[in-house]
Design a protein around this ligand. Structure first.
Ligand code: UD1
Length: 378
């Protein structure tokens, strides 16, 4: 192994930290130095630092401090570009790794590609086909400037092929690191004393878990209908709702009120979140990562969106789209929460890839040491 082989991983938000968590500690197996650059896109303890601690991740080597406070997406991305470029120029990594679809993902891939450095995109090929989503723009851009594209599922792989990405990048179906991380942590999660700490009357299987944070769901047009939906469901179900900072702000700014029966709490740590979802009767969410995690934990998921990047789970019957428009959403949610509908979702099965992290390491090793990437079966 050459002494100068470095890999730079660029991350900056809660889902990136969690989804890179199985890979980061193992990168030293395939390079001389693994360097982590944190963009600061998420910058509070509860949205990022606690995940480094909880998942025992190596701390970051560089911080771009490009947090979102008072900044638009353009300014934030520009700051990341300007601050990341000299770091990559100085380090000259053999590979830059980015994950997902955030402004951090885009900035990391763009700077690296412009410097002629190879980019590996983890979770490539996910599409909502909704260009109004900022994340959709990020992921399409990143897939078209990266050199190695690692798809989490068959649908994502098909999307990459349909867009002709195989003409400029090596494509591999490796599976989902979100599911791998979740399966690894599920056992620990079950032993958390979360439910009794929240409310002594909460019982496994006896409540709904909720998360909500997408930009399109926190607008003055959409959020009131979603709050109304949750308030109506609270008449029939105990609900636990860890509230994302963006949603907290939007609820306040729009003068909305959640029913007092809904247990609202600050964002949870990863193990507590898995524990909450594992023991819930069902999860209502617009989160990307949680759709896969809940499916892996066999908790039925009602997706509070009109479309999803994880359509393979909808097709498998593991999750159901209930939309975000009142009153359709409350009607769809009530139907999905019928005992027989929930049982059908729990009984549904879906394909997962084994040994995701090992497959990624094999691809990286082949690329760095042989200058090639073995093609996995499509
Ligand atoms: C989405 C976006 C991503 C954006 C992020 C902002 C997609 C596909 N991606 O990711 O670009 O940066 O939102 O947040 O749309 N979790 C906790 N505690 C909680 C809630 C969630 O640990 O209180 C964990 C979940 O278990 C999961 C991850 O955080 O592992 C999901 O994070 P979330 O913020 O929901 O992001 P995504 O929707 O996956």
């Amino acid at each position: 192994m050459s002494q100068s082989l470095k890999i730079v991983s660029v991350l900056g938000t809660r889902p990136e930290i969690i989804k890179l968590s199985p890979l980061l500690p193992r990168l030293p197996e395939v390079c001389d130095r693994s360097i982590i650059v944190h963009s600061g896109q998420h910058y509070s303890y509860e949205m990022e630092a606690q995940f480094f601690e909880e998942l025992h991740l190596p701390s970051s080597d560089y911080s771009l401090k490009a947090g979102a406070e008072g900044r638009g997406a353009g300014e934030q991305t520009a700051l990341m570009l300007a601050r990341l470029e000299p770091i990559l120029q100085a380090e000259q990594p053999a590979l830059v790794i980015v994950q997902g679809d955030t402004n951090t993902t885009l900035a990391g891939a763009l700077v690296a590609a412009k410097l002629g450095l190879p980019v590996l995109h983890l979770e490539a090929g996910c599409r909502s086909f909704n260009r109004a989503m900022p994340e959709e723009i990020n992921r399409v851009m990143v897939d078209h400037i990266s050199h190695i594209l690692l798809a989490p599922d068959h649908t994502a792989m098909k999307n990459l092929l349909n867009e002709g990405c195989d003409r400029h990048a090596a494509l591999h179906l490796v599976g989902s690191t979100a599911i791998e991380a979740c399966q690894r942590c599920a056992e620990f999660a079950l032993h958390r004393p979360l439910l009794s700490q929240l409310d002594k009357n909460l019982r496994p299987g006896g409540y709904l878990a909720v998360t909500l944070h997408r930009a399109e769901n926190t607008t003055p047009q959409v959020l009131p209908g979603l709050v109304q939906t949750l308030n109506q469901l609270a008449a029939d179900w105990p609900i636990v709702f860890p509230v994302h900072p963006r949603t907290q702000l939007a609820i306040r700014q729009n003068g909305l009120h959640l029913d007092s029966r809904i247990i609202t709490i600050p964002p949870l740590g990863y193990l507590d979140m898995l524990s909450l979802v594992y023991q819930a009767q069902a999860l209502l969410t617009d989160s990307g990562g949680l759709q896969e995690e809940a499916a892996a934990l066999n908790t039925p998921v009602l997706v509070l969106r009109e479309e999803t990047e994880w359509s393979y789970l909808v097709e498998a019957g593991k999750t159901v789209l209930v939309g975000n428009a009142y009153p359709q959403t409350i009607a769809a949610a009530r139907a999905a929460l019928q005992p027989t509908a929930l049982e059908t979702m729990r009984a549904a099965t879906f394909d997962t890839c084994p040994d995701v992290t090992q497959a990624i390491l094999n691809i990286i090793r082949a690329f760095l040491h042989l200058g090639a990437t073995p093609h996995a079966a499509l």
